[in-house]
Design a protein around this ligand. Structure first.
Ligand SMILES: *[C@@H]1O[C@H](CO)[C@@H](O)[C@H](O)[C@H]1NC(C)=O
Ligand SMILES: *[C@@H]1O[C@H](CO)[C@@H](O)[C@H](O)[C@H]1NC(C)=O
Length: 350
């Protein structure tokens, strides 16, 4: 049975058998936790988190204490209570995330190094434990086509469990991959839907706390969120959202998966096609333009208004196409601030 993609913070180096046992136990418990009773339904949202917490606790007791995320297998106190609940408004449910967000990073199987970087960048942000939403990051490819990928990507799946391999698409963003992604997500997560599903490039860096804060204020229905194209427009109804990263509410994801309108129009510049689907289908009546907080890497000579200097309230920086650019952005946003002096390394920061 293929492992279902789960969190980025799965234990990676416990004994193999220990891991399998705890995963099996976790799955068994998860099954029991799925009765059709509505009272228990609410617990289902928290269950995967709890199970992760339990697994993490047994494998990494030290780090666990350090992070002070939780001290037992009971729900993390306060981890998801920092903002008022806006989901179903059930008074009895406590510690429920404000909303659930899936970020699908559409990338190619061979981009091993970029995935390594992205896992660190998002893993650090998720580990901080300060998000009021449940956020999952998945790496999305079309079918594997090399023998080495079948081994090396399988290893990633075993360790990280954060990969989705789509059927029936070609590794070309303008050849229908986005359509296949949204349709597959509607099917794969039908039983546990997200509130928003984001399509993201692999050269964009999201600051999750800012993204969650911004998305959290949005309507949960008929919502189309991103950075408006053309670059000099701030009107989200003008054309469409840049392919760097845009989010659709779950009802729109389901609509994409079932309507004829997108099915007949899968090939073309993927971001413009998404905008066209919504216009033709009269969908996405709620829209939000996140510019200027979402922008392209500041080029010395900006080619258009999508690119500008780093700013403190950034939601996302796009066109981080090489390691120096990533390093520059991560440095600006103080990602290494937590590093402490040690006899094991010497790193000079200026
Ligand atoms: C989609 O294409 C089919 C076959 O060409 C056609 O019958 C149908 O009307 C089209 N639907 C839309 C919404 O364009
Ligand atoms: C990074 O840290 C410095 C020094 O503490 C601070 O002045 C700056 O505002 C921080 N930058 C961001 C983007 O938070």
């Amino acid at each position: 049975m293929p492992p279902a993609p789960s969190g980025l913070l799965k234990p990676v180096n416990g004994s193999r058998h220990g891991d399998q046992r705890s995963v099996q136990a976790a799955m068994a418990r998860k099954k029991q936790g799925f009765p059709k009773m509505s009272a228990c339904g609410k617990a289902v949202v928290l269950l995967p988190l709890l199970l992760l917490g339990c697994i993490y606790f047994f494998v990494y007791p030290k780090e666990f204490e350090l992070q002070a995320l939780m001290s037992s297998c009971s729900p993390p106190p306060g981890a998801y209570t920092a903002a008022p609940r806006r989901l179903a408004g059930e008074p009895g449910a406590s510690r429920k995330p404000d909303f659930r967000l899936l970020i699908g990073v559409l990338t190619r199987a061979d981009n091993y190094e970029r995935r390594h970087l992205l896992r660190m960048v998002y893993g650090l942000q998720l580990a901080a434990g300060d998000l009021v939403a449940h956020v999952d990051i998945r790496f999305v490819f079309c079918r594997l086509n090399k023998d080495e990928q079948r081994v090396l990507v399988a290893l990633e799946i075993l360790i990280h469990g954060d990969v989705i391999v789509l059927d029936d698409c070609e590794e070309n963003l303008n050849g229908g991959k986005t359509y296949t992604f949204f349709s597959a997500v509607a099917r794969l997560y039908r039983d546990e839907p997200y509130d928003y599903v984001m399509k993201a490039d692999d050269d964009i860096f999201f600051r999750l706390p800012r993204l969650v804060e911004s998305l959290g204020e949005m309507p949960r229905q008929d919502m189309y969120y991103g950075a408006t194209i053309p670059c000099d427009s701030m009107d989200p109804f003008h054309e469409y959202m840049s392919g760097m990263g845009y989010a659709l509410s779950w009802d729109l994801v389901e609509w994409v998966a079932t309507s004829d309108v997108p099915r007949n129009r899968t090939v073309g510049p993927e971001d413009r096609m998404t905008g066209q689907w919504l216009r033709l289908g009269r969908k996405g009546r709620n829209r939000f333009n996140a510019k200027p907080a979402m922008y392209d890497y500041p080029l010395p000579v900006p080619v258009d208004k999508c690119s500008h200097e780093f700013v403190p309230d950034t939601i996302a920086v796009h066109r981080l196409k090489d390691n120096p650019r990533w390093a520059e952005a991560l440095d600006y946003f103080n990602f290494t601030a937590g590093i402490v002096p040690s006899k094991f390394y010497k790193i000079d920061f200026d």
